[in-house]
Design a protein around this ligand. Structure first.
Ligand SMILES: *Cc1c(COP(=O)(O)O)cnc(C)c1O
Length: 402
């Protein structure tokens, strides 16, 4: 290959995921050469004469350089147009929804949505006149049935879902939503941008709780909204401008320290996710062979109803597993309290492995609703410890109690 041809090829190819995670938006600091974007712990900026902003920075709710670095990098990782960082996943979701919807609009919400997202639709947005229908989106026909022509403006999708690891076909659902004139929004928290890129599958907007895999170290709460380059519904072509306006107007922004922590997490996202997946596969193998276990939910299992769709739209199957125990609810709850290495706690996506009982913990608020989860269910967030230690710990708990 001639040198000229080689360099043209290099220019044509977009840098890989980890290169972008480590470099996009993060040029060495122009004044000192610091290789890491500093934590600009500051609220206001000196103006060179009235309105003479340096780099556009005026006040840190509107923009802050540490947040800008994170937003620029994250937009690249999801293949989006612009990204907006928030103080929590729910702050981002609320801002997005109020930026796009108005009273009288209707949305479709998945039957196994994250509990806090469901609460936002069910308890907060209903009082602002935004109506919703719950649909089991693993089946695209359920979306067709739930759409109200003319008033459905947005379809919310989560895949894989929490805690049952249900899978929805993003490309198919995007087609159905767009035919009805509705946007498709994907909460990509469980997969992370490393394993799944919804915008490339036709979604219009992606949201994250960066508290989870993006931050990855259980040391920060944050959210992200990424608006795609091609919004399929003309009415919302200005979605990025609307979110930008509402981010500043409503003010739920990510602070400089939190932005810095999430960006630091992203730099190792690819290596962490590979290890989460390696470990999860081994834990799944152990659980499926254990006599106390009645069912294992993991999209990597060929028996999982969404396996084929997951294999098509995800790079690997992720670090979240849930399983049911034959002995029922009380034993499930006891197992969660009897592990040593697996920490009993809510949240997910950190380097440390977590165990929890969704029915009594993360999903207690949806008991008695269409989103209720099985009472004998245990959810695992598989960390990146040595997997033999993780398996030994589960074995001692299940052997004794199961
Ligand atoms: C945690 C979570 C959220 C909410 O994010 P916060 O950062 O806790 O506000 C939304 N969606 C999913 C899938 C989550 O796991």
């Amino acid at each position: 290959m001639s040198e000229q041809k080689a360099s043209t090829d290099r220019e044509a190819r977009e840098p890989g995921f980890s290169t972008r995670a480590i470099h996009v938006g993060q040029d060495p600091d122009p004044t000192t050469g610091a290789v890491v974007t500093p934590i600009y712990q500051v609220s206001t900026y000196k103006q060179d004469g009235i309105g003479g902003f340096r780099g556009g920075y005026e006040y840190s709710r509107s923009a802050n350089p540490t947040r800008t670095a994170l937003e620029t990098g994250f937009a690249s990782l999801e293949g989006g147009d612009r990204a907006f960082a928030f103080a929590s996943g729910l702050a981002g979701q609320d801002t997005l929804l109020r930026a796009l919807l108005k009273p009288g609009d209707h949305v479709v919400v998945p039957s196994d949505a994250y509990g806090g997202t469901y609460r936002l639709f069910n308890k907060v947005l209903t009082t602002w006149g935004i109506d919703h229908t719950i649909a089991a989106l693993a089946d695209p026909e359920a979306l067709r049935a739930a759409i109200r022509p003319g008033s459905t403006k947005l379809v919310w999708v989560e895949t894989p879902t929490n805690p049952l690891l249900g899978i929805a076909d993003i490309e198919t659902l995007a087609g159905i939503a767009h035919d009805a004139g509705a946007l498709l929004v994907v909460d990509n928290t469980f997969a992370s941008p490393y394993l799944q890129q919804p915008l490339s599958l036709g979604a219009d907007i992606v949201t994250h709780s960066t508290t989870k895999y993006a931050g990855g170290h259980s040391d920060v709460v944050g959210g992200m909204v990424v608006v795609g380059k091609d919004i399929a519904v003309p009415e919302y072509a200005d979605a990025a401008d609307r979110v930008a306006f509402h981010q500043n107007s409503m003010g739920g922004v990510a602070g400089p320290m939190d932005s810095w922590l999430v960006q630091r997490g992203l730099k190792t996202l690819a290596v962490r996710m590979e290890r989460h997946c390696d470990n999860a596969e081994r834990v799944v193998e152990f659980l499926t062979g254990h006599p106390a276990v009645s069912a294992v939910h993991y999209p990597g299992l060929e028996s999982h109803p969404g396996h084929e769709v997951a294999a098509k739209q995800m790079k690997r199957f992720g670090g979240m597993i849930s399983f049911q125990v034959k002995a029922g609810e009380d034993v499930a709850a006891k197992v969660c309290g009897e592990t040593q290495l697996w920490t009993l706690g809510e949240s997910l996506g950190g380097v440390e492995s977590l165990i929890e009982h969704p029915g009594r913990m993360t999903h207690a608020s949806v008991a008695g609703t269409e989103l209720e989860v099985p009472s004998d269910l245990i959810r695992l967030s598989v960390g990146i410890e040595d997997v033999d230690d993780l398996i030994d710990d589960l074995r001692q708990a299940l052997d004794r109690l199961g």
